[in-house]
Design a protein around this ligand. Sequence first.
Ligand code: GCB
Length: 570
Amino acid sequence: MLYPQTNLFRQVFDLSGFWDFRFDPQGRGLDEGWPEGLGETYPIAVPASWNDQFADERDYLGPAWYQTRFDLPWGWEQKRVFLRFGSVNYLAQVWLNGVFIGQHEGGHLPFEFEITSCVQREGNLLIVRVEGHLAPDRVPPGNVPADPLDAFGSANYPPTSFDFFPYCGIQRPVLLYAVPHEGIGDITVITGADGTVCLRVEASGQATRRVTLRGHGTNLAAESDGGEIMLSVPQPALWSPETPNLYDMTVELIGKEGVFDRYTLPVGIRTIEVAGDALLLNGHPIVLKGFGRHEDFPIFGRGYAPPVLIKDYALMKWVGANSFRTTHYPYSEQMLDLADRLGFLVIDETPAVGLFFAEEGLERRLTLCRQYVREMIARDKNHPSVIMWSLANEPHSHRPAAKAFFRDLYDLAKSLDPTRPVTLVSYLGLGEEAFEFLDVVCLNRYFGWYLQQGRLDEGCALLDAELDALHQKYPRPLILTEFGADAVAGHHAQPPEMFSEEYQAEMIARYIAILNRKPFIVGQHVWNLCDFKTGQAVHRVGALNLKGVFTRDRRPKLAAHRLRELWGGL
Ligand code: GCB
């Protein structure tokens, strides 16, 4: 799926701004004809979650309705016109000029509708109904009934099956874009460390495909009438965190009258593979140092907030990190563009967090997970920064159905992208049977926090032993994808005790010392880069998870300084 762009043949128009908004707690909108106009409304900023924009309604999860009007830019009558949503959480239903044009389930991934036949030159009325209820047969699930098999159920409020606030609304940009009637549909780029760049271009219409690749002293071109196109870059400037070299690639379609469509994208030449216990980037072992994170900021909620992205990269670089996981859903496309430019290694994760495997709703959850795997890979396959797909975070895999569920998703991911390792992130450890076929073992651990509370010696000894046991059972690279402790900024204790900055810093440093001793550990991701908003629960003071090494407004705690020493950000 290509991100819309503007050039001689294509054009993008961003509908971000203040839209009209209306809550619909009684669910009257459909009966009262709101698809044709909302009547009385209040202004709302788009994109941004709705929850923190008003004085009340923080916990209201929908339905709610959005409305905006637009005219077509000049010259678009000759084009195909699409409407594209970057992310709407959770269920979106869309009407244009009173006509229902489609719906999409699941946040954090883009969807689009062709509107060529129903868009007017002037006075278009766009209406979006959004609904974010938590339900056991949605992914991620919510309102999950207690399960006697694994003592799991939703206990917090709102009743999520995950530990972050279920922000709702239009959270990423809504774009209107125009492309030629015949043109480039999709591009897939696969690179080799020897400098081969292999391209698949999907296009409609009779055309020659011309590809040019420029940068780092190279200026190559190739043409083809279909099928794959191969380029070979002599002495390639490979992409890596230390040298995030990108080439400019341009794909053009040429017909009888000349060029009639063009698309440009940055290309990083690199390989990623698992070999024995190692994770190899361009044939060399790498160790991921970084974080789990959240798209989370006061007032914006989970809304796209460009300065926060820049700040978070600056903080990660300051600490010496080279990597992050898109916990627990795919991040904005802009975040990945920046990862390509700035040299970060990304584990890209689907929104499948907190899955459970009771019979009821299972088929539906699997269907949704398949959809997310497809949509994520279609969106992110061309980013050199993305080095691994994560199918899920902390599934409650106690029932036998879990293994077949993940086998299905693993095979799907591999069939769509045979070039990247596929994993899932587990808290079960030895009991996670999907590790039998996954390429990399990813584990979250909080010994010395949720267990062995206040007893770091005991916790660290357990961690040490478990990592070895896990590696013996599943001999492949292992990443500790989460570890950390809550710390109230400004709370200090000597000797360290839980919730003090000292305890958090010491726990993280002691974990890292253990990880550094084990050659099969190829990654250490601290939970979390920043404090973030959660639902209400006794263990979430102020409805915040305080495991950030930075506060929610991005100020360092002691642990950030300690990490900087350990990871060489100094
Ligand atoms: C986990 C989850 C993460 C939570 C974290 C915690 O294992 O993957 O979503 O926020 O623990 O702090 O409890």
